[in-house]
Design a protein around this ligand. Structure first.
Ligand code: ZN
Length: 517
């Protein structure tokens, strides 16, 4: 088995070889914490959490770092608008991000460095870049001079014209080249500021990722991940700064995940959308559109309509490099397809008296589930599916293929239960129980690599919400009927009654929508 990964830098799949044998240093660009996460912000974490689980399964010792951008233009603006401080807003939104990661089952991140706690490291890098002639100070700002870096553009493959089109126009008249980007920015009055050799200011957009990733993972990372929207200019700039500073390759493998798209094909940013203002605004609009008739843009609100496990399964059913078409209907389909797994788990419990959630499954391939208790034909099928699963994941983390294999595995186990009439018939034999337990443990092992079926789902969420949805449809229908017949008293009683239980109705052209308050 050889693990192969698609490297954006070479634009091809390569054999995976780490800097240090057996160890992987992985960095993912984290969020700018100025507003609640939407589902697009969870794509990268879910994918790279799965990548880490799989690399660990393959025997690697993985260190995974995700930064928190807690100083940024957007954060400053949003704090001013809402009459709070940058610190308070950042703290609140960081907690929102952490809560959402936890709910999505992303719990393998080793460290979250904060930008504001690494100003010294950034200043050291900027000073070196200025000293080595790659950067120049200008009226309290410091800019990286792209023409001094022969390799600039190698990650995104952009030529100079395209690069210029992708940069902001601010201060371009003062810069030596419009594509030069800020490493340090002079702070305006009232903005967060730190002392520097160039005056009071704050770090630019890109330097923090280079400084923090190298601090914790060394000068050459094994994997640098992020959404496709961050490839240019953010990753291109991270790479330029880092390599001009260290003289070494910054990252062996650049993995870019596809973005979530909704309806019109607009993107829901995959990474920390601090750079792509356009993408970000579209994302916000699309997220509102996505909310559609039932209301909501944030991850928390999405979880009121769908089980987090369903959402995670949904995200992984698509290859990570492909765009993900997001819609409530598609998540509902995923939900239906998961029913078969939950029924199998119930059946397993009836037969063996054990819950799948109590089984301890291996997290490494070397200690993979012992299938010797299974009759030969059954065992061979299970072994085939296990190797099929790892082949898929070895092929550039093809989680979509791996998800397909889980369905095959479910079918095989259901076949065993059906053939031997284990569920509902006479008491099953000890041999059959042992074989079933081994097969379900294998299912749990492989599903665990995708981060699903680790804990019982919260019934209060999905099941009840569906029921609530049906009831609300009925109530809205009756209220519409009452209004049509001018029974406004009845219509008002319905609205008041719903308000009392924290349900809000909103009349829109052609439809009435509801949400919980
Ligand atoms: Zn970054």
């Amino acid at each position: 088995m050889t693990l192969r990964v698609y490297n954006t830098l070479s634009r091809q799949k390569e054999d995976f070889q780490t800097v240090e044998p057996g160890k992987v240093g992985m960095y993912l660009c984290g969020p700018t914490v100025y507003k609640p996460s939407h589902i697009g912000h969870m794509v990268g974490p879910v994918i790279f959490d799965t990548v880490k689980r799989y690399l660990t399964y393959r025997g690697y010792d993985v260190t995974w770092i995700v930064n928190i951008t807690d100083v940024d233009d957007k954060l400053i603006n949003r704090a001013n608008e809402s009459g709070t401080t940058v610190e308070a807003l950042a703290r609140e939104m960081t907690q929102d991000y952490f809560d959402n990661l936890k709910t999505m089952g992303v719990d393998t991140i080793d460290r979250f460095p904060y930008a504001t706690e690494h100003i010294d490291e950034m200043l050291a890098m900027i000073s070196k870049l200025v000293g080595d002639g790659f950067a120049y100070p200008l009226d309290g700002d410091v800019y990286f001079e792209v023409s001094k870096d022969d390799d600039y553009g190698k990650l995104s493959g952009r030529n100079t014209d395209e690069m210029q089109a992708g940069t902001r126009v601010e201060a371009s008249d003062r810069k030596r080249n419009p594509a030069d980007f800020a490493l340090w920015k002079k702070s305006k009055a009232g903005e967060p500021a730190w002392d520097s050799p160039w005056g009071r200011g704050r770090p630019g957009w890109h330097i923090e990722c280079s400084a923090m990733s190298m601090k914790y993972l060394g000068e050459t990372l094994d994997i640098h991940g992020g959404g496709l929207d961050l490839m240019f200019p953010h990753h291109e700039n991270e790479l330029a700064q880092a390599e001009c500073c260290s003289g070494k390759p910054f990252a062996r493998y650049w993995l870019h995940n596809g973005l979530m798209q909704a309806g019109s094909g607009s993107k829901l940013g995959g990474g920390h959308d601090r750079h792509g203002d356009v993408i970000d605004e579209q994302a916000a609009q699309e997220a509102n559109k996505l909310a559609g008739s039932k209301g909501a843009a944030s991850v928390k609100e999405l979880f009121e309509r769908h089980q987090p496990e369903t959402v995670r399964f949904f995200l992984l059913a698509t290859h990570y490099r492909s765009p993900i078409d997001f819609s409530d209907e598609r998540i509902d389909e995923t939900d239906k397809s998961l029913e078969g797994f939950y029924r199998l788990f119930e059946s397993f419990e009836r037969i063996t008296g054990d819950s799948i959630y109590g089984l301890s499954a291996s997290t490494t391939h070397d200690a993979s589930t012992d299938l010797s208790a299974c009759p030969e034909e059954f065992r061979k099928e299970l072994e085939f599916q296990r190797s099929r699963f790892t082949e898929q994941m070895d092929d550039d983390f093809n989680t979509g293929g791996a998800v397909g294999t889980l369905f095959d595995l479910r079918r095989t186990i259901n076949g065993f239960i059906g053939d031997r009439k284990l569920d509902g018939g006479d008491a099953p034999s000890g041999e059959n129980i042992a074989a079933l337990r081994a097969s379900v443990t294998l299912l749990k092992e492989l599903a665990g690599l995708l981060g699903v079926f680790r804990e019982p789902i919260q019934q209060a969420g999905g099941g009840d919400d569906q029921f609530a949805g049906q009831l609300m449809d009925l109530i809205i229908d009756i209220r519409g009927f009452a209004r049509k017949n001018k029974s406004f008293e009845v219509a008002d009683r319905i609205r008041e009654g719903l308000t009392a239980v924290n349900v809000v109705l909103e009349d829109r052209p052609g439809e009435t929508v509801w949400r919980r308050n």
